[in-house]
Design a protein around this ligand. Structure first.
Ligand code: NDP
Length: 278
């Protein structure tokens, strides 16, 4: 009988998930014996599939699109950051049998920005494009760094306005608007948390939106520079980055929650960027 601790990522679609590869690299690096699989799970099947997984001895799950809100409801204990985000990307079986829900997306982004790329957030003018699940997960961790201003701009304006209102307790300098309301404004860091890059699209962005020496960060990632990463380069960004580092860092935080050991993430990011990582 296979006695390896079992982990999985649930989502739909899941075929292109990098998570099994990342966790395999973490396990090799930290000499942990574990099994991590990707499983296609629809929203309708999530609760049953997660129940079954844990009833058969599974130790932990990652949940991705479109399951993060369902995972939030499924957990019977929540960390503070998951409670704020109202979304869970990591479920962990506890010693008492409870299932802890956590959200490591924000922490993954912050580590990639501030540690891997030395991008400062304190007293900076920040713009988040998009008001979906990813934006929800990154607002509270960003606010801990005391930016001068955090603007959330979205195609559906009501969503960004509502999201900003929901997080007002973290600071009166959070506001929500539409893309057209950004005229005459400039930002030191623009984070693209829309899913536009996944279909090679770009939100309508004014040419002077990025301040001199400003940076761009696309939460999406691809083998080639995304449309938003290219926009950053064309608009003279000091750095224009994609979300591969965030992906690895959020995975490392999940790995730590499960295994209580921290992988060396830069080594894994370098490996994934090379063509020999498969
Ligand atoms: P959601 O589906 O929850 O939200 C999508 C957002 O994108 C909405 O705000 C939507 O606007 C906007 N949007 C979609 N298409 C367009 C378009 N063509 N033009 C302008 N806006 C558009 O997705 P998530 O928040 O979960 O994910 C967003 C992105 O973040 C994805 O690319 C995902 O891959 C990435 N991500 C990366 C992670 C990482 O570790 N690197 C972790 C989590 C997410 P509207 O409200 O108007 O529909």
């Amino acid at each position: 009988m296979n006695s390896l601790d079992r982990y999985a990522v649930f989502g739909q679609p899941i075929k292109h998930s990098q998570s099994p590869k990342i966790h395999r690299l973490f396990a090799i690096q930290t000499q942990q014996q574990l099994n991590y699989q990707a499983q296609e799970v629809s929203a309708d099947n999530f609760a049953n599939s997660a129940d079954y997984f844990f009833s058969k001895g599974g130790k932990g799950l990652n949940c991705t699109v479109p399951l993060k809100e369902l995972a939030y409801q499924f957990a019977n204990k929540l960390t503070a950051r998951a409670t704020f985000a109202k979304a869970v990307n990591t479920l962990a079986l506890q010693k008492d049998g409870a299932i802890l829900g956590d959200n490591t997306d924000g922490c993954g982004l912050i580590t990639d920005l501030t540690v891997n790329h030395h991008i400062a957030l304190k007293e900076k003018r920040l713009l988040i494009l998009g008001a979906g699940g990813a934006s929800r997960g990154i607002i509270a961790p960003i606010m801990q760094y005391h930016p001068e201003q955090l603007v959330i701009a979205n195609r559906t304006v009501e969503k960004s306005v509502a999201l900003a209102a929901e997080f007002q307790s973290l600071g009166s300098n959070i506001s929500g608007c539409g893309f057209n309301d950004l005229a005459q404004q400039q930002f030191d860091l623009i984070l693209n948390a829309t899913s536009a890059s996944l279909s090679n699209q770009l939100p309508p962005l004014a040419k002077n939106l990025l301040a001199k020496k400003g940076c761009c960060y696309d939460l999406a990632y691809a083998h080639e520079p995304t449309t938003f990463v290219r926009w950053g380069i064309e608009n003279n960004a000091l750095k224009s980055l994609d979300g591969l580092g965030m992906l690895v860092e959020q995975a490392a935080e999940a790995f730590y929650i499960w295994r209580k050991i921290r992988p060396d993430t830069p080594a894994v990011i370098t490996l994934l960027k090379s063509k020999h990582a498969v």
